[in-house]
Design a protein around this ligand. Structure first.
Ligand SMILES: *[C@@H]1O[C@H](CO)[C@@H](O)[C@H](O)[C@H]1NC(C)=O
Ligand SMILES: *[C@@H]1O[C@H](CO)[C@@H](O)[C@H](O)[C@H]1NC(C)=O
Length: 629
């Protein structure tokens, strides 16, 4: 068993490892000031223990011990001390990686009097984070007492330092943590000014394209509390003198207070400006209501789904269509209607009034007049409206090295399908859904069932063309349940169509009728037999204390019964014996064959991997690649 788990973990680790360079490793800079040949700034990775001097720096000279070079033993045993005399530069101990935990090296260095430890990687690879061992029995007491900073340096740099030291040079190093602040516990706030209008040509298309592409990242950031996002919508008001004009009546709601231009710039056809204002208002209210229920990120789903499902072109830019989308996302539609108020009222709408007030510039951003406008941390974003560029701008709002993982990775998935199927189509009785989690958020795409690709919009319906798998709508065949018994006319090989199961007759599609085996004299016909029809089958009993034997459709004397009963019992015993033997030989086989295939390094690592913090409970990557020794 252990061998099997080990192999699995090992394979997983090996597959995963090549991508390690993409994940965040908290880095600080290491500056060498002497000798001249090594002068320069180098990267190093802060260990996940000890006390890094956040915001500060420290200068020292590097010392590489003649013995105990891996610092796995106490330096007291070797009568070596790295304590500096008053006024002297502190010593940074250079230690080789390997043989023991990083934490033990740091502990020994600290006890030996070193001011910091530089661990030199033993293989050429990107920097990794040195972590504390998670094993309970690792003698973890001392780990809490480590106070010196530690940093991992590359093999290449370490070899250069060693060379300089061996030729008698003094290597002076400055460790700098000014850029490596802990997570400041701050959010990036951003707003996006947009429009639900989808008929304004390339401009509208680029907005909805952006929302679709950015959705996944936006939702992850919001769910993890890294950002607070607010959508906004621009409206104009109708000048006093024109409130009763045809133009204002078709473009405005609330008696000229909130207007949007006609989508086609033609008052006589298609949708009017006021339809756009109302849909915009619905999107604001959707965000408000979703936010109140703690899921503001659903706005991204609503807006993309609405654009896909309710386009103006298909004449679906309506309340009915919007409500369907709202329902599919499980948001309270009544609350949204309440929030929207009465568009015909000659009164302010508090929601749109607030939007108009927000339109006016404040701080470092001017009035919002251009659509779309993206505002990040109150500054106007002036880049391209594409996912990569915007994500970069948002990520820049965090202190360097404290960005969320998404700022550094490109393949995180959302887990939206777990809830409510992400609002996508679902076949309730067969537990299949059109919801698919991807990095760009979830998509509603009809699935492949039993090798058959279903077709449909992915939201309200998915259907199979041609032979329908039994997994969908029971393959279009008859199916019925009575008293806890279910019969289906969809057989595994249903390419030939639906077939009523034994005991039934009919076309198999609309109906299968129970066959009355008693009336039709199909069974239970012996002289002592008493036949009673049931749904899908029949019951047969015998008179004179005889027993009915189904296989022979006959009544027999009771003594005979014990014989088949016992043989059945012995068959079970024999079966168990065979299964046990099989299991044992499988076990033997694994013990004998598997272990030699596990590389030694993997075997060691797997002791700790499962307890490392690579995955959050939801299964998304949240942390760096770690190593413990
Ligand atoms: C969303 O909710 C949070 C807290 O519940 C609140 O601080 C924030 O102002 C709300 N945002 C909007 C746009 O209503
Ligand atoms: C439905 O399928 C999903 C994924 O295949 C599974 O995780 C879930 O437990 C299933 N639910 C039920 C009720 O069978």
């Amino acid at each position: 068993m252990r061998g099997k788990v080990g192999l699995l973990v090992c394979v997983w680790f090996l597959l995963w490892r090549p991508s390690a360079g993409r994940f965040k490793v908290e880095k600080n800079s290491l500056k060498i000031t002497t000798p001249d040949s090594l002068k320069g700034v180098y990267g190093s990775a802060i260990g996940n223990f000890g006390v890094p001097q956040y915001g500060g720096s420290m200068v020292g000279t590097v010392i590489y011990p003649k013995t105990n070079q891996k610092a796995c033993k106490s330096f007291e045993d070797f009568d070596v001390s790295f304590k500096t005399k008053p006024g002297g530069l502190p010593f940074f101990l250079l230690a080789d990686r390997g043989d023991c935990f990083f934490t033990l090296k740091a502990w020994n260095a600290q006890n030996g009097g070193a001011a910091a430890i530089l661990v030199l990687d033993d293989q050429a690879e990107p920097l990794i984070t040195m972590d504390t061992p998670k094993e309970e029995n690792a003698g973890a007491d001392y780990i809490q007492k480590i106070t010196i900073p530690s940093a991992l340096i590359t093999k290449n740099l370490g070899d250069c330092i060693k060379k300089a030291l061996s030729s008698g040079e003094m290597v002076t190093v400055s460790l700098d943590w000014t850029e490596a602040l802990p997570h400041p516990d701050e959010r990036v706030e951003y707003e996006f000014w947009t429009n639900s209008n989808d008929e304004c040509g390339p401009k509208c298309e680029s907005q909805i394209e952006f929302v679709k592409k950015f959705k996944g990242a936006a939702q992850i950031l919001e769910q993890k509390g890294y950002t607070q996002f607010t959508p906004h919508y621009i409206t104009w008001y109708c000048p006093e003198a024109f409130i009763l004009s045809k133009q204002c009546k078709s473009q405005c709601i609330n008696h000229g207070r909130y207007c949007a231009p006609d989508p086609e710039q033609d008052f006589s056809k298609g949708y009017d400006g006021k339809d756009v204002v109302i849909q915009n208002l619905r999107q604001i209210c959707f965000h408000k209501v979703a936010n109140e229920s703690g899921k503001p990120w659903l706005w991204w789903d609503y807006v993309t789904d609405f654009a896909i499902r309710c386009p103006m072109k298909a004449k679906k830019y309506t309340k009915e269509c919007a409500d369907q989308v709202i329902q599919s996302l499980g948001v309270d539609q009544k609350k949204i209607d309440e929030c929207m108020g009465d568009p015909d009222a000659d009164a302010d709408n508090p929601v749109l009034k607030a939007e108009q007030d927000t339109q006016i510039g404040k701080g470092s951003r001017g009035d919002v007049t251009i659509l779309p406008t993206l505002v990040i941390n109150n500054g106007q974003y002036r880049g391209k409206l594409d996912k990569g560029a915007v994500l970069k701008a948002i990520c820049a709002g965090f202190q360097e090295t404290t960005e969320p993982a998404i700022c550094l990775t490109s393949d995180m998935e959302t887990n939206e399908c777990l809830e409510n199927n992400g609002g996508c189509w679902k076949d309730k009785s067969f537990n299949i859904t059109a919801c698919k989690d991807t990095f760009r958020g979830r998509v509603c795409e009809c699935p492949v069932v039993e090798g058959v690709k279903l077709t449909g919009d992915g939201y309200t319906h998915c259907e199979a063309l041609g032979a329908v798998p039994c997994g969908v709508n029971n393959g279009g065949c008859w199916k019925e349940t009575r008293n806890g018994k279910t019969y289906s006319a969809c057989l595994d090989d249903h390419t030939k169509g639906c077939t009523c199961p034994p005991g039934f007759t009919g076309d198999g599609v609309k109906s299968c009728e129970d066959v009355d085996e008693c009336k039709e004299k199909k069974a239970c016909q012996c002289p002592e037999c008493k036949c009673e029809n049931t749904w899908g089958s029949y019951d047969c009993s015998c008179s004179n204390g005889l027993l009915f034997l189904q296989e022979h459709d006959a009544c027999i004397r009771q003594e005979y019964r014990s014989s088949p009963g016992w043989s059945f019992f012995w068959i079970i015993i024999l079966g168990l014996g065979v299964a046990g033997l099989g299991g044992y030989s499988l076990y033997k086989y694994r013990i004998r064959v598997k272990p030699p295939h596990i590389p030694q390094t993997c075997a060691c690592l797997l002791l700790h991997l499962r307890k490392s913090k690579l995955f959050s409970p939801e299964g998304t990557l949240i942390n760096d690649p770690y190593a413990f020794f």
